[in-house]
Each structure stands twice: as C-alpha cells, then as structure tokens.
Ligand binder design. Structure first.
Ligand code: AMP
Length: 112
C-alpha cells in the first residue's frame, strides 16, 4: 500500500491540521468540511478500508471510537455524526481507513 495523503500529513510532508495524536492514531481537520466541525480520525497502521481490517485490529478499532468521542468532546460537541465510507459505492476517496466526525449543524436521516 502506498503511503496515503493522511500519513504524509502526519509526517509533515504536506500541510494539514492535526488536532489529536497518540501512539496508534491521529485526527486532522477535513480540508473540505461538510459541517462546521469536520474531523477525520485515522489509524497510523496502514489499513486501506474498514472491510480490510482483521480480527487482530479489534482493539485498534475500538480505540478509534474512543478517540472519536474524545475529539468530539474537545470541540464541545454533544451531538455529532460519525461516518466511515468503505469502497467505491460508499464514495471512499482516500484509501486509508478514516472515521469522519461531523458536528455543529443538524443532519438528515437517511443519509444520501
Ligand atoms: P472519503 O471520501 O470517505 O475517503 O473521505 C476522504 C476525506 O479526506 C474527504 O472528506 C476529503 O475532504 C478529505 N481530505 C482529502 N485530502 C485531505 C487533506 N489533504 N487534508 C485534509 N483532509 C483531506
């Protein structure tokens, strides 16, 4: 797997706004926000998409959700939308697993 644009941001090879980092993951502001607050929580491990994660990634996947909660709380969100796009039909555009965390406006359901 080629190094993703997100890992390039983590390594400061390209610009990006990192809002959280620990040993296993990091969070950045989305460059094209779909809500007043839009962040991406990303594992450092190169996993292309959720459907490529293995049972050995279970602890990591749980940790990512804990970090989702943390970054949402840090931004003062008490209600927020979380999304993972997996593959072409879901409009995944960057093939490094990432969790969208969006808030600061109301959301419709079902999503488009
Ligand atoms: P997805 O379509 O689920 O793969 O989401 C990829 C997300 O990455 C999109 O919301 C993009 O706006 C975002 N994105 C792409 N390039 C960058 C970048 N350089 N910095 C921050 N976010 C980015």
């Amino acid at each position: 797997m080629d190094e993703s644009i997100f890992i390039k941001i983590l390594k400061k090879e390209i610009p990006g706004e990192i809002v959280y980092e620990d040993n296993d993951c990091f969070a950045i502001k989305d460059i094209n926000p779909q809500a007043p607050i839009h962040m991406l929580v990303i594992p450092k491990k190169p996993i292309e998409r959720l459907s490529e994660a293995s049972p050995q990634d279970s602890v990591l996947l749980g940790h990512l959700l804990t970090v989702v909660r943390k970054v949402a709380k840090n931004r003062g969100l008490d209600s927020f939308r979380v999304a993972i796009n997996d593959g072409v039909d879901a409009c995944q555009s960057v093939y490094q697993l990432h969790i969208h965390v969006m808030g600061g406006r109301g959301f419709a359901w079902p999503p488009g």
